[in-house]
Ligand binder design. Sequence first.
Ligand SMILES: NC(=O)c1ccc[n+]([C@@H]2O[C@H](COP(=O)([O-])OP(=O)(O)OC[C@H]3O[C@@H](n4cnc5c(N)ncnc54)[C@H](OP(=O)(O)O)[C@@H]3O)[C@@H](O)[C@H]2O)c1
Ligand SMILES: [Zn+2]
Ligand SMILES: [Zn+2]
Length: 357
Amino acid sequence: MSTAPAQYTGYAALTEEKGKKLELEKWSYTPKQWTEDDVDIKVDCCGMCGSCIHTLTNGWPQPTSYPCIAGHEVVGTIVRAGSRTSHKVGTRVGVGAQGGSCLECDYCKQGLQQHCEKGLIMTYQGTWEDGSVAQGGYADFMRCRGALAVPIPDGLESETTAPLLCAGVTVYAPLKRFNAGPGKRVGVIGIGGLGHLALQIAKAMGAEVYALSHSASKMDDAEKLGCPRENFIVAKDQDEVRKKYNKHFDILILTSSSNDIPLEGLYLPLLRNMGTFVICGLPEEKLPSMYGQMLVYKSINLAGSLIGGSSEIAELFDLALKHDIKAWVETRPMSEVTQTAHDMHAGKSRYRYVLKN
Ligand SMILES: NC(=O)c1ccc[n+]([C@@H]2O[C@H](COP(=O)([O-])OP(=O)(O)OC[C@H]3O[C@@H](n4cnc5c(N)ncnc54)[C@H](OP(=O)(O)O)[C@@H]3O)[C@@H](O)[C@H]2O)c1
Ligand SMILES: [Zn+2]
Ligand SMILES: [Zn+2]
């Protein structure tokens, strides 16, 4: 078992200009100061999330701090385990978008660290207690809190499990919270990394599953992912879709990163009374404005959902084992991260790129 070196090496956007061009270069950094709550992980593979692209290109309102090594769907092996963690060297673990939290508040104790009262430390771009900026999994090694490294059961393969750590748990958590299950109609808007897992997870939960996509090109795939052909909706002609599916859905889950979110013109009319619209996708523009009546007259819940904590990831692993939930991945060498980021940005991913060391 190799131990972690003094410096870790990954692929970073070094400046904002390079980030905008998705030009990622080899860069070494000194990890945060070690504490006995931490683990060091030798990275085996890491999925590329839509959020990585928004962050690298500085597309979101909160500015990116450069250099930035992205990657928060990390699978690897523990090479050093802090004495206050429950880990052993040699354990295969996964780390999602949360790399650190206080470990003491009520949320942390429940394994819902994404809501840590003292503030979540994101896997990359978070700020550690020593002031250093966290760096992600497009790298050889990573250091994070042991509590956020979730052991991966033997029956799950690393590459197809990595995307469960962010994409998967991000859709699992709200589907669970809003009781997706038998007798419920769930519509997944945007069939990408998050969306293709949402179809599988909603199906596993027993819901009636629909896909809303901006073209017909993913219909065959969606069928294999659990959405019957007749439930595949091309959301182009809004009037037609609105007529056919008026008040049809119990839950609509937005996983698209398109800036165009026709809440008033399309999505909210499709919800039943007391239905729920959950926002997971985080486009770079603001939501459209609308009258309160759009929500009030049907008593609609407008919700958001942020990733998922260690307890939800562990639950998702169990569900994945039971229902054979796997991300559809294209695995590429880590050294091809720049080309991969370009392909992801161009919308070519079917449905997750996973970079392998
Ligand atoms: N809430 C959270 O905690 C959380 C966690 C992870 C990611 N996210 C966010 O979720 C979003 C999706 O992430 P992802 O990894 O699933 O991305 P992705 O694989 O690129 O999928 C995005 C999907 O959005 C749809 N889309 C429609 N119009 C688009 C456009 N103009 N540009 C880009 N996509 C368009 C596409 O589906 P169709 O072809 O079917 O229309 C596409 O497959 C991102 O905004 C990401 O930041 C949020
Ligand atoms: Zn993510
Ligand atoms: Zn906490």
